[in-house]
Design a protein around this ligand. Structure first.
Ligand code: BJ8
Length: 392
């Protein structure tokens, strides 16, 4: 109890530059509408494996449609089985709702001209087969064994095919120069995010994990320009915060993405006095950790970088296990909360390898499997409490 009070005192400051992210929704919607009015195509995506650089090089814009809200799930369950991942149901429910005259969907869903999906987990792949009933859908194929000798060439050919698709959609050529420009800009975003995450190595960090997560969720909604402006201002402000003395146990969250609306577990960890210092997920380090090589053929550079994303849908995925251990050391992590969305077999099963590797380093792990509902909030709270007490 003593530790919690100290932590709450330390976290009493508020970062003014976070307001930009909170207030940005209307601004972005107006921008997307204006672009549509000018004939610019809007692409919806669901996964990090779809390179933004190709979309932007074709003169299109993009928003990520991954659902983190509970209210669209019942709409999805009218067509999809109940026992699949909530992210898939929430995403699908938002699309169905948008095209069937409901009023739950985010107002950006109807602004999308086409979905560019990807062959990752089974649930998503099968959902993408139904999606064309509502939205034109293009599926980017992925090799399942990224380390095999043929994988890179195959993925490269898939990316080039995707480039042709984007050219057909927009009427613009995806030139090497345009791709290089987009790679440079995307790397700029990644460097800024490294700056933000580097500041979290401080003890205590000058920002809450739940705040960083909300910023990261906006990465998939705002235009890259808007996002960079916001992150740059945020880092400037964080750098001015004087070092504080008191803090709770340093926690890493690792696992499934937490799409906008899904804040349950980080909120619980912080309420209980944990200090989230890093997230190994697609709404965390996976989206920006590795940069794209700017000095080689841009198509090959993209293929190499994107194939290295350590997603549990790939096999084997040793790279992710090594990354988690490395991050735990770099961020001086005292415990890992391994987060799995219900029915996500890939991340759920991979927990075993992660747990073994962390055990060797004497870093404790708490596994939490949950959905978007609130019924397990109390039970998760009790387990987090006990975990924090154990590692404090
Ligand atoms: S690169 S993590 S965004 S596939 S939808 S796999 S939670 S059962 S989102 Fe993902 Fe791309 Fe990988 Fe990242 Fe599991 Fe649910 Fe599937 Fe999910």
């Amino acid at each position: 109890m003593h530790m919690k009070n100290e932590y709450q005192n330390y976290m009493s400051f508020s970062l003014q530059s976070l307001d930009f992210f909170k207030d940005s929704y209307e601004l972005r919607i107006a921008q997307l509408k204006e672009e549509r009015g000018k004939g610019i195509k809007i692409v919806g995506t669901f996964c990090l494996y779809v390179p933004d650089e190709i979309i932007f090089a074709a003169g299109a814009d993009r928003i990520v449609l991954c659902g983190g809200r509970a209210d669209t799930i019942s709409v999805a369950e009218q067509s999809l089985p109940r026992n699949i991942c909530p992210l898939i149901k929430s995403s699908f429910g938002a699309v169905v709702d948008a095209y069937c005259g409901g009023n739950l969907a985010c107002s950006h869903v109807p602004l999308v001209d086409v979905v560019v999906a990807e062959a990752t987990c089974d649930g998503k792949k099968k959902m993408y087969e139904i999606l064309p009933d509502y939205l034109p859908t293009y599926v980017l194929d992925l090799p399942q064994k990224p380390g095999s000798p043929e994988a890179l060439d195959y993925f490269l050919s898939e990316l080039r095919k995707f480039g042709k698709f984007m050219e057909g959609l927009t009427g613009n050529v995806v030139s090497n120069d345009a791709l290089r420009r987009e790679i440079r800009l995307a790397n700029e975003t990644k460097r800024l995010l490294h700056r933000l995450f580097d500041l979290r190595r401080r003890n205590p960090p000058p920002i809450r994990g739940s705040e960083v997560l909300q910023v990261m969720q906006k990465q998939f909604f705002l235009s890259p320009d808007q996002f960079r402006q916001g992150v740059s201002r945020l880092c400037d402000e964080m750098e001015r915060i004087p070092p504080a003395a008191r803090t709770g146990p340093r926690i890493m969250i690792s696992g499934c993405p937490m799409a906008a609306g899904n804040m349950k577990v980080p909120d619980i960890i912080e309420q209980k006095g944990g200090v989230i210092v890093v997230e190994e997920s697609c709404t965390g380090t996976r989206s920006f950790w590795d940069l794209v090589d700017e000095d080689t053929d841009p198509w090959m550079a993209l293929a190499e970088r994107y194939l290295e994303i350590p997603c549990a849908c790939m096999t084997p995925n040793d790279r992710r296990v090594a990354r988690i251990v490395d991050l735990a050391k770099q961020y001086d992590v005292q415990g890992v909360v391994y987060y799995t969305l219900q029915f996500c077999h890939a991340y759920n099963i991979e927990r075993l390898q992660v747990q073994r590797a962390l055990k060797k380093e004497k870093i404790p792990l708490l596994a939490i499997e949950s959905d978007y509902g609130d019924s397990d909030r109390e039970q998760i709270g009790i387990r987090v409490d006990a975990f924090l007490e154990m590692i404090a």
